[in-house]
Design a protein around this ligand. Structure first.
Ligand code: ZN
Length: 160
């Protein structure tokens, strides 16, 4: 069957950035399972998979607006250093997780000065053109329960 709205899809993928570096891959792991049409993967990839079937392989180039969006300057902020007083080994490149009024967020420390720490809340892949090599492993219809939950369930008896 072809991938359509409410298909449960298993894919193997390798994600490469414009510089040709592998950013993420399902190689050596279980295939990625998702429920098609529910925005669980980036829009550019979901669109490219529509109509594909098990065994299909595709290479997709996805612009930032169909992936993780553009980088925004407002997401880069200077925070008083004392806010991080309880983090003993604070370092440039460190990823920090916290809560914002809009929900969970993560930031990367990009600079540390005497009084201020600069953090960047942009998604690490924001502004990047992404290159996916994808193989469709399987396609099936979602069960009623999966549609109720809005996500796919594994084959090993997943319960809530
Ligand atoms: Zn569930």
């Amino acid at each position: 069957m072809q991938i359509s709205e409410n298909s449960v899809v298993n894919i193997h993928y390798t994600l490469t950035n414009d510089a040709g570096n592998v950013v993420d891959t399902s190689d050596g792991r279980e295939a990625l399972m998702y429920l098609h049409g529910h925005h669980q993967i980036i829009p550019g990839l979901e669109n490219a998979l529509l109509g594909k079937k098990a065994g299909d392989e595709l290479n997709v180039t996805i612009a930032p607006e169909d992936a993780y969006g553009a980088r925004v300057e407002e997401a880069i902020q200077q925070v008083p250093r004392e806010v991080f007083g309880n983090i003993p080994d604070l370092a440039v490149g460190m990823q920090l997780h916290g809560e914002s009024p809009e929900g969970p967020m993560s930031v990367v420390v990009t600079a540390i000065a005497d009084d201020f720490v600069t953090v960047d809340a942009n998604h690490p892949l924001a502004g990047e053109t992404l290159h996916f090599a994808v193989k469709v492993e399987s396609v099936r219809e979602a069960t009623t329960e999966e549609l109720d939950h809005g996500h796919a369930h594994g084959g090993d008896g997943h319960h809530h």
